[in-house]
Design a protein around this ligand. Structure first.
Ligand code: B12
Ligand code: SF4
Ligand code: SF4
Length: 358
């Protein structure tokens, strides 16, 4: 039988697609899917509306050319397909029951994902370049101006839940997303349909009301934003809500039924025993760098970590932190830390007075 040129091309395209996805999984990614490079109109409209409502707070970088975030051609003009990738960072159900002095969101338990994922993508691209010489590839993880969740949803990696995160039916939402734009023409996957149903647990759980509506997050009300993106003082109304969490927030993910039955887990958590003593002892930026160079805290910087730790100490209301906090209030140069230490001292003292009265 004589095959038409089109069908030969089609078989090749299909074979390449299967092979690339297989290679991506072998490279250590947990999910791989393909989507095209068409302008993501739905994503763009959602983003524009979000920006118009000033929901991005002080994240000025989100304002820059929002149309580019929906347009993969802005990142790679010769792009024909996107290989979207998902990497699980679920540390195991055990972590949900562990009660540590302080907590971080799960993603902060591991070395900075940006480096690890970029490295894996570079290796994968090297392999692909051997098989597809002359092909162009451009990788992105988190910081590139592209709507990663929207394209991951189009590539069949999962659906976007009411908490605005991409959820995979089997791996839940504790996923890092990344992608590789390529000039190769590949076979796209089908988008996954939304499966939140009538559940609204994330909205009910969010302590700040940041999930103002289903699929809508007011970022400046989100504790993840307040602990990571907020470069000034954390508004006082948010501070008690942080409890003992010093980085990010997982509450709307912890509530999600799709995260209760994840079968795989990562075993390489390195910051699970992080305590306040360690953070308060970081007397210089150099010491901070030595200790946390590979962590996600390094992106935020010493002063942000110290500010958050002071707030956690204030929420713990334990007098044993008073001397460290006084030391910070009196000796730190950054008013951010001095103010947070002062606030924490007042919280601990107030709790002491209440205890004495009762
Ligand atoms: C800005 C940002 C933030 C901001 C704003 C978050 C947000 N929801 O937008 C802040 C600082 C709050 C934040 C927090 C977190 N982030 Co963040 N963040 C980003 C970033 C850089 C851009 C996101 C963006 O474009 N927002 C713009 C608005 C318009 O998007 P949106 O609210 O998500 O709206 C989209 C969908 O909801 C959808 N949509 C809108 N309406 C509707 C309606 C229906 C019916 C449907 C189906 C969809 C839908 O379309 C919109 C456009 O795509 C991405 C990386 C990237 N380049 O994409 C990471 C990213 C989204 N963050 C990530 C993570 C891990 C987090 C945290 C979990 C970290 C933590 N533990 O503290 C929290 C989660 C908070 C939450 N509930 O979303 C991951 C999410 C992975 C995943 N499974 O989805 C990403 C993709 C980074 C990465 N490379 O892995 N983040
Ligand atoms: S990350 Fe925390 S504060 Fe932000 S929307 Fe989810 S539950 Fe609310
Ligand atoms: S908690 Fe419920 S509503 Fe929220 S994302 Fe998960 S399934 Fe959807």
């Amino acid at each position: 039988m004589v095959r038409s040129a089109w069908s030969v091309f089609k078989v090749k395209k299909e074979e390449s697609t299967v092979w690339i996805k297989k290679k991506a999984l072998e490279a250590g990614f947990d999910l791989a899917g393909i989507t095209g490079v068409s302008f993501h109109k739905k994503g763009f409209l959602a983003l524009q509306d979000w920006l118009d409502n000033k929901s991005h707070g002080s994240m000025k970088y989100m304002e820059r050319s929002p149309e580019n975030r929906a347009d993969p051609a802005a990142l790679l003009s010769t792009g024909r397909s996107i290989i979207m990738l998902g990497t699980s960072y679920f540390p195991g159900q055990f972590f949900l029951k562990t009660k540590n002095e302080i907590e971080t969101a799960f993603f902060a338990l591991f070395p900075d994902y940006h480096h690890a994922i970029r490295k894996k993508m570079t290796l994968l691209i090297k392999e692909l370049q051997v098989l597809f010489p002359g092909t162009e590839f451009k990788s992105f993880v988190d910081s590139s101006p592209i709507l990663e969740k929207a394209f991951a949803q189009s590539a069949g990696l999962g659906f976007i839940g009411k908490n605005t995160l991409l959820i995979n039916e089997n791996l839940g939402s504790y996923l890092f997303l990344s992608g590789i734009l390529t000039s190769l023409e590949l076979v796209p996957d089908s988008p996954v349909k939304n499966s939140c149903g009538s559940c609204k647990l994330c909205l009910k759980t969010c302590p700040t009301g940041a999930l103002e509506q289903s699929y809508y997050l007011k970022a400046n009300k989100c504790l993840s934003y307040q602990t990571i993106e907020q470069k000034g003082m954390i508004p006082r109304s948010f501070r008690p809500l942080l409890k003992n969490c010093i980085w990010g927030c997982d509450l709307c993910q912890r509530a999600c039924p799709y995260n209760q039955r994840i079968k795989i887990k990562r075993d390489d958590a390195v910051y699970e025993n992080l305590g306040l003593k360690k953070i308060f002892s970081l007397s210089s930026p150099h010491q901070f760098e030595q200790e946390f160079r590979d962590s996600v805290f390094f992106r935020g910087g010493r002063n942000i970590l110290m500010r958050n730790a002071c707030i956690a100490a204030g929420n713990l209301k334990d007098r044993k932190w008073l001397s460290d906090l006084r030391h910070l209030r009196e000796n730190e140069n950054d008013p951010l830390i001095r103010e947070a230490a002062g606030w924490a001292i007042s919280q601990i003292k107030k709790a002491g007075i209440r205890r004495d009265k009762s």
